[in-house]
Design a protein around this ligand. Structure first.
Ligand SMILES: Nc1nc2c(ncn2[C@@H]2O[C@H](COP(=O)(O)OP(=O)(O)OP(=O)(O)O)[C@@H](O)[C@H]2O)c(=O)[nH]1
Ligand SMILES: [Mg+2]
Length: 207
């Protein structure tokens, strides 16, 4: 008896009781994503599904774009908060201004990122808001800490090609940083289909 080929994919989002799964190979009509439930036997074996998990599916309904997760593939890593499986680098993003760059806050983000034991990258946003010399000063400062930083601006486009290259390297990257530094803006610039909500930095508090 011929066995059905296994359909597999990557969990890209959790929504209440559902998971959005990006298929490894597009389905009929080029379908790329399915909304999936988790089979109860996964829960019984104590397996929580996380963003970043590689999963196997069955119960496929291509018309309704639905499926069910029946198995998790072994993980190479698991970050705790937020729970992300198979991440292999953490990109810490801070703004050079608006909100002001606070070295202590940057250190706390870097410590948390380093504690994951994954590769850590540091990028500076809003390079348009500081004179070139001040930007260079920050780059040199964190180079002395052992990082290979990158400064970019969405306003001028400076450094955007480089940051695209870094974020698009194979593997799974987690992008983190304080509120208002431009994470959603950057992701929208790189992948406009995401259409993430972008906030405003409060004029008084600059955060
Ligand atoms: N001047 C300047 N402003 C920028 C740049 N990138 C983003 N911004 C602005 O920064 C503000 C905050 O951007 P968001 O993308 O919402 O920031 P965020 O990091 O996603 O914030 P949270 O979702 O609260 O964590 C918005 O007003 C953006 O327009 C930039 O390169 N230069
Ligand atoms: Mg955001």
């Amino acid at each position: 008896m011929a066995t059905e080929p296994v359909v597999s994919g990557l969990v890209v989002a959790l929504q209440a009781n559902f998971c959005q799964v990006q298929l490894d190979l597009p389905g009929p009509g080029g379908l790329e994503r399915l909304l999936c439930v988790r089979r109860s036997r996964l829960g019984k074996s104590g397996q929580q599904v996380c963003v970043g998990d590689s999963v196997e599916l069955d119960g496929l309904d291509w018309v309704a774009r639905r499926g069910a997760i029946v198995a998790l593939k072994p993980r190479s890593s698991l970050l705790g908060r937020p729970a992300v499986a198979n991440c292999n680098r953490v990109v810490v993003m801070v703004a050079l201004a608006e909100p002001d760059l606070d070295p202590l806050q940057l250190t706390r983000f870097l410590l948390t990122a380093e504690a994951t034991a994954q590769a850590v990258e540091l990028v500076f946003s809003k390079a348009d808001l500081l004179p070139g010399e001040a930007v260079q000063g920050w780059l040199r400062r964190v180079e002395a800490w052992g990082y290979q930083p990158l400064a970019f601006s969405l306003t001028t486009g400076e450094g955007l090609a480089e940051i695209r290259q870094r974020l698009c390297k194979p593997g799974l990257a987690v992008l983190c940083g304080p509120s208002g530094v431009g994470k959603s803006s950057l992701l929208n610039a790189l992948a406009p289909a995401l259409a993430l909500r972008v906030g405003r930095v409060s004029g008084k508090l600059r955060r």
